[in-house]
Design a protein. Structure first.
Length: 369
């Protein structure tokens, strides 16, 4: 066994670790010890097999209850998914079941590509919503776009390229007769812990469903996402019943490891609201620290004023600078539409790392003629 594990470790060491501090564009981070241990304890349990493991479902109910408590409405329903993609597909599938016959969905140009996948799979037609000058979904276009044909409106809290939070409260007011899904895969575990931030809670009465990914700012192992619905009617419409099982199942995947549910449960219980709040605040303080350091670098600017721990940096020479930064060992991604690199100030991104990075960024900028 040691030989096999040794070979694996050799391979693993060829790639960077979060603890090295040089991974700046990832929306994930090192899973907590407690979540990894929780995963190990429940790793042999298949949630599908309720007749063998009747008690594992309780963990999942606790997870949904926890989210209900931070999202301002009792008795949400939902389940732990394989991530944001599955959650977004389930939301639109539930929408289609709720409003059979309607096919059109309004989706901002900045939405995650899992919405394209969902539309393709479910044979829905996307009407693209343009962005305003702050890269947010344009509210007037949504208002004009909603018609009898509209099945759903989708907004994002924390877009994948720029970290933009769409105008959720405003659009909530327009969605009385259409399904309203909020993809808060990233910011779902950020916004509830900030003050004066855009709301994503179910007190916004037209929100039907919400995607939240614990494997992003919830520091659980990948894959662990979550889909939440306003009440139990949505998942009822998604149920399928095999002849050999007692209960119908509303999940997209069949077999599901209770390990990931236990991992999410463990982090929610271990850190609690206050633990998550203080980590989010620390990440936001580090984000502001990064912005203050960047003021000293000529020719680079944030694409938007960050509302969350996500900074997209642009410059005319960014494609070349990006190449130079990669050569220096920084793990970054470049958004080719806005010519920007994104720094996601995750818990593993310390102030020392940010200082090193900004030093390298300055040198790389200066080396471009
Ligand atoms: N919705 C949003 C807003 C997302 O940002 C993502 C993932 C998803 C849905 C899909 O979630 P899953 O990947 O869990 O299915 N966002 C990043 C992406 O653009 C994920 C990512 C991870 C990006 C690491 C870069 C990176 O280095 O795929």
């Amino acid at each position: 066994m040691n030989d096999v594990l040794g070979r694996l470790m050799e391979l693993r060491k060829k790639d960077p670790f979060f603890a090295d501090g040089r991974i700046l564009s990832s929306v994930c981070t090192e899973p907590s010890d407690v979540s990894l241990e929780a995963y190990r304890i429940f790793s042999d349990v298949n949630v599908l097999d309720r007749y063998v493991f009747p008690n594992s479902g309780e963990l999942e109910m606790d997870v949904i209850k926890w989210f209900s408590s931070i999202l301002g409405k009792k008795n949400l329903s939902g389940y732990v998914t394989s991530g944001g993609t599955e959650a977004n597909i389930q939301a639109l599938w539930a929408a289609k079941k709720k409003y059979p016959g309607r096919r059109e969905i309004l989706v901002p140009e900045s939405a995650h590509y899992s919405l394209d996948k969902a539309a393709d799979l479910l044979e829905l037609e996307i009407k693209w919503i343009p962005l305003d000058e702050k890269f947010k979904a344009d509210v007037a276009s949504i208002q004009e776009g909603i018609s009898d044909e509209t099945l759903a409106v989708v907004l994002t809290a924390g877009t994948s390229a720029l970290g933009v939070v769409d105008p959720i409260t405003e659009v909530n007011g327009l969605c009385g007769d259409v399904f309203f899904h909020v993809d808060a895969a990233f910011a779902g575990m950020v916004l509830p812990f900030l003050e004066n931030s855009e709301r994503i809670d179910f007190g916004l009465v037209n929100i039907d469903s919400l995607t939240i990914d614990p494997h992003k700012m919830g520091y659980t192992p990948i894959p662990s996402g979550c889909i939440l619905f306003r009440d139990e009617s949505y998942m009822k419409r998604l149920r399928f019943k095999p002849s050999y099982l007692e209960e119908p199942l509303p999940t997209l995947t069949g077999s599901r490891s209770a390990g990931f549910i236990a991992a999410v449960w463990a982090n929610l219980m271990f850190y609690g609201v206050e633990g998550f709040r203080s980590k989010v605040w620390e990440c936001m303080e580090n984000t502001r620290f990064l912005l203050s350091l960047l003021e000293g670098v000529e020719g680079v600017e944030p694409v938007i004023e960050p509302e969350i721990n996500f900074v997209a940096l642009t410059s005319d020479s960014m494609p070349q600078v990006y190449g130079l930064l990669l050569e220096r060992g920084w793990a970054l991604s470049l958004d080719r539409e806005t010519n920007s690199i994104r720094i996601v100030v995750m818990p593993h991104v310390s102030r020392e790392v940010l200082e090193d990075f900004v030093g390298d960024l300055r040198e790389c900028m200066n080396s471009i003629p």
